[in-house]
Design a protein around this ligand. Structure first.
Ligand code: ADP
Ligand code: ADP
Length: 225
């Protein structure tokens, strides 16, 4: 049986950072809907142009195109053992679509770690976030700086700050999260899948907490590592 983990939490809480760590530890594939959109923007696709018009305002990209994009990614052979979903689902419609999609692969969402922190913490983290140009590796000038300023430790590419990490857009993203994504907390709690994790802890502590959740529920699941 494949394992599917949904990382839930507000913008800037550390979903991408933790998904990278968990992927390295478990061998599961990290799927970030935000990264998939940014790839489309970089490649100047039709989807990229559409997504950019929403992302620049801190609004959500419409459910239908988002679901179709994630569906394509999940159907690729490297996701056979499962995936760590970061930033998807973000609405109840997306959550229902994911459930149907995984049922088609004879799978289900296994765990939903809900990582949380106050808006004040989120705003500070996002204003200090730097991302690598080629693969989206995540840094923070205060809490997780690169070894060489402005360069990715892993692939040497240039680091940049995302346009939507500007203060005004961040405030709107947190509002959109509260209105459209936070209902998923109750949705997954009702399915007994939600596990709350304190996102204010240092990065390694959050990773340890996530790994212990996964190990506890791991019996009978397969991992490639
Ligand atoms: P998300 O994917 O939820 O938006 P990121 O993983 O991109 O969040 O993290 C946002 C910023 O906060 C990044 O600069 C990252 O390096 C930093 N960060 C992530 N987790 C922590 C943590 N536990 N403590 C301090 N900084 C963190
Ligand atoms: P963060 O890491 O700060 O949470 P993401 O990289 O996940 O941000 O998302 C950046 C932007 O991409 C979002 O503000 C939204 O416009 C768009 N986006 C990403 N995932 C989704 C999704 N599941 N549904 C709709 N829009 C999305």
């Amino acid at each position: 049986m494949a394992t599917y983990i949904v990382l839930l939490g507000p913008p800037g809480v550390g979903k991408g950072t933790q998904a990278e760590n968990l992927a390295a530890q478990t061998g599961l594939i990290h799927i970030s809907s935000g990264d998939l959109f940014r790839e489309n923007i970089k490649n100047q696709t039709e989807l990229g142009r559409l997504a950019k018009s929403f992302m620049d305002k801190g609004e959500l990209v419409p459910d239908d195109v988002t679901v179709a994009m994630v569906k394509d990614r999940l159907a690729r052979p490297d996701c056979k053992a499962g995936a760590i979903l970061d930033g998807f689902p973000r609405t109840p419609v997306q959550a229902e679509a994911l459930s149907r999609l995984l049922a088609g692969f004879k799978g289900d969402v296994n765990f939903v770690p809900f990582i949380n922190a106050d808006p004040r913490v989120l705003i500070e983290r996002l204003s200090d976030r730097w991302i690598c140009r080629t693969q989206g590796h995540i840094y923070n000038i205060k809490s997780n700086p690169p070894r060489v300023a402005g360069r990715c430790d892993l692939d040497g590419s240039e680091l940049y700050q995302r346009d939507d990490d500007k203060a005004g857009t961040v405030t709107n993203r947190i509002k959109v999260y509260a209105e459209q994504t936070a209902p998923l907390i109750a949705y997954y709690r009702g399915q007994n899948k939600l596990v709350e994790i304190d996102g204010t802890q240092p990065i390694e502590k959050v990773t340890d907490a996530l790994l212990s959740v996964i190990r506890k529920g791991q019996a009978g699941m397969s991992w490639s590592k």
